[in-house]
Design a protein around this ligand. Sequence first.
Ligand code: NAP
Length: 290
Amino acid sequence: MNREDNLIKGKIIADTIGEELKLESAQFFQKTNMKPRLSVVILGDDPAAMFYVRMIEKSCQKVNFDFEKHALSEQATEEQLLDLLHRLNEDGIVHGIIVQTPLPEHINEDKIREALSPAKDVDCFNPVNMGKLAMGNPDFLPCTPEAVFEILKRENIEVEGKHVVIVGRSSVVGKPLALILLLKMPHANATVTVCHSRTKDLASYTRKGDIVVAAAGAARLVKGEMIKDGTIVIDVGTNEEKGKLVGDVDFDEVSRLASRITPVPGGVGPVTNMMLMKNTLQAAERQLAK
Ligand code: NAP
């Protein structure tokens, strides 16, 4: 039998953050006569990418931010994309920029990352911002790992001194999450283990975690037998299985043992979108303070 009392309701956390941001956005408008503005760049018409862009637009509407979409064709050249980014970097009414990935193969992603102004880089795409995070002095945090951090904070889950086991080492989720949880700051200071597809005997690591974060992109990878009783489990994974969205955690098995657990959908996803809004407001405030 699933327990309801251990469920971490990401949707409710996201709604609360949304209400806070709406107020802050109104205050920003009073001071500057401007709304925070997020610019999204997308190449091609990949349905998943387009769905994500629509979610961003909805989030902007929810918190009363301006949203603009720059849709280029899949055949757009690297030069055209770089030109657009340079214009957005210079545009005083644009505060945050994200470039939807994956990019078509003929585009050098590293060049695009480097071209994005670090001051407007609200998803920590530019290596300068990732480097600052690695050095322990971040300006922006990447939104998905930031959502995990925010959930732990808002649910009053003690992280300091705890052993966090992360399954996944991508530069979008697993690796930056490890860097965030290692920061010498309140709500961080964890001991972190990062596992990946070459890890031998994954379960021997996950069983040692006080907190297990699954970010592997492998449906139901984390089974009940792989965690100890009372573990806090955060599921970042989003996988399609028979037309349904499922996480990287076998929810039915693991939720019987976990002391707290995020569901999929309705866990990390909605909070991620709100982190993008939070970072956009932060970028706007910093730019206007100059
Ligand atoms: P990714 O780039 O494919 O990276 C997956 C990572 O997991 C890699 O490090 C891989 O190891 C590791 N891995 C894969 N299978 C494994 C296995 N069987 N055992 C151990 N490690 C394994 O994916 P990502 O971009 O980090 O995303 C991870 C998941 O989060 C996906 O389901 C994605 O859809 C989801 N996601 C959710 C949000 C959200 O807001 N909720 C945002 C972004 C991503 P190697 O490095 O050895 O290949």
